[in-house]
Design a protein around this ligand. Sequence first.
Ligand code: SF4
Length: 310
Amino acid sequence: MASEKKYFYGPVPSRRLGRSYGVDIVPFKVCTLDCVYCQLGKTTAMTIKRKDYGPIEPILAELRETLAEGLEADFITIAGSGEPTLNSRLGELIDGIKKITDIPVAILTNGTLLYKEDVRADCAKADVVMPSLDAGDEQTFQKVNRPHRDISIENLISGLCGFRDEFAGRIWLEVFFVEGLNTEVEQIAKIRDAIELIRPDKIQLNTAVRPTAEADIKRLDAEKLQAIAARLGPKCEVVADFSLGHHGRGLENKAEDVLSILKRRPCSLNDICSGLGIGRNEALKYVTGLQHKGIIHSEKRDGRIFFKVN
Ligand code: SF4
């Protein structure tokens, strides 16, 4: 039987990465941005200061254990319930992973700290870096991403350009579109200008197919996203999962799935991820919603958190 996981989750199917084995390295929800479309809800700890969030060895020990059980994954993905480059041990973690497996390492980041030399050096240890860019001008950046006061679109774009100059691996840039916020012709032209400077290997377009931090966020339809992809050039592809249905129908169904698992037995977040084949952030969204509605609660047992039906 597979051992219980504390740090890793999955492998979960990912449209961008295939089978992704994820590790969350910052607490909920520490971030440099407070994007209107964030699926995790509002940023509760906004910072640009990197911090030591605890030793790396237990994370590596868990990875060794899973590999011994026969882990099959296309990528080990470093993410977080926030911005993973805020963890000052990121480089140490990638070095450790590289010593024990050949599975490629991807980092999901909002890219805002790449203007810092130490963050660029840490990210350069990965095989694929997946930053975000939802605006090419300051006004749109403020509206969509609501950044920390010390971050501007200028330092985001120049950080991404500096990283491109130093990094020999792959950069897959995600652009998230919100109808009416960053979809004007001039806004898209500015995003295209920034992309030309950044020179990513791929550009992946997404939109709000899941419920977001702000209730009135509108997604683009598939045709409009495809039309934008054509404007942004041949390296551009649409990765939004429209099969989730309009207005979060997917979320409702998944929340019910989470509840039916919890009705059978109390589960940790990792149990829910493995049971439903979803990522940690997504699972967290459902349990937080069920907790707010007073349907479930959490309990600490042997140092681990379990969720139970009330
Ligand atoms: S979408 Fe990502 S970058 Fe934006 S607030 Fe949420 S966690 Fe932070």
